[in-house]
Design a protein. Structure first.
Length: 142
C-alpha cells in the first residue's frame, strides 16, 4: 500500500469518484424515467427533487476539494516527500472522503457530514503544510 508513494491514494480516490458516478447514473436514470422527466427538458428543481440528488451532490463534491488533494499528492511525490507520514495522511484523506460520500448519499446528516468534512480539511491542510515545508515556503526548526 505504501510502495507506490502518493500515487496509490490518488488512484484510489479517482476510482471512488468513478464509483460514485456509476451510482449517480444507476439511481438518476431510473428516477427520471419513473418521474417522466425528459433529460432535455429537466429543470434544476426537478433534478434536485429526485432521490438521486444526494448522490449527484456528492459526486460534485468529489470534483471540488479533492482537486487540491490530487495537486498536493503529485507535488509531494515529485518533491521526494512520499514518506510514511504523508502517504498515511493521503490514505486517511481517501478514507475520510469515502465515509463522507456514504454519509451524504445514504442518510445525509449535515452535522455528521460537516464534521467529517472538517476532519478531511485538516488532513488536507497537513499535507499542504508538508508541501510548503518541502518547497521552502515554511522554515521549520525543531
Amino acid at each position: 500500500m505504501y510502495e507506490h508513494g502518493m500515487i496509490a491514494p490518488v488512484v484510489a480516490l479517482a476510482i471512488w469518484s468513478l464509483i460514485m458516478l456509476i451510482w449517480l447514473y444507476a439511481t438518476r436514470i431510473p428516477a427520471m424515467s419513473k418521474a417522466k422527466i425528459k433529460p432535455d427538458a429537466a429543470t434544476r428543481a426537478q433534478m434536485e427533487a429526485l432521490p438521486s440528488a444526494k448522490v449527484a451532490d456528492n459526486y460534485n463534491h468529489l470534483m471540488e476539494q479533492p482537486t487540491i488533494f490530487y495537486a498536493l499528492c503529485f507535488a509531494l511525490q515529485f518533491l521526494d516527500q512520499a514518506n510514511d507520514i504523508n502517504i498515511g495522511l493521503a490514505w486517511l484523506y481517501v478514507v475520510i472522503r469515502i465515509v463522507h460520500s456514504l454519509v451524504q448519499a445514504i442518510f445525509n446528516s449535515i452535522v455528521i457530514r460537516f464534521s467529517i468534512f472538517i476532519i478531511g480539511s485538516l488532513v488536507l491542510m497537513a499535507l499542504a503544510f508538508h508541501a510548503a515545508i518541502a518547497v521552502g515556503m515554511v522554515d521549520v526548526h525543531f
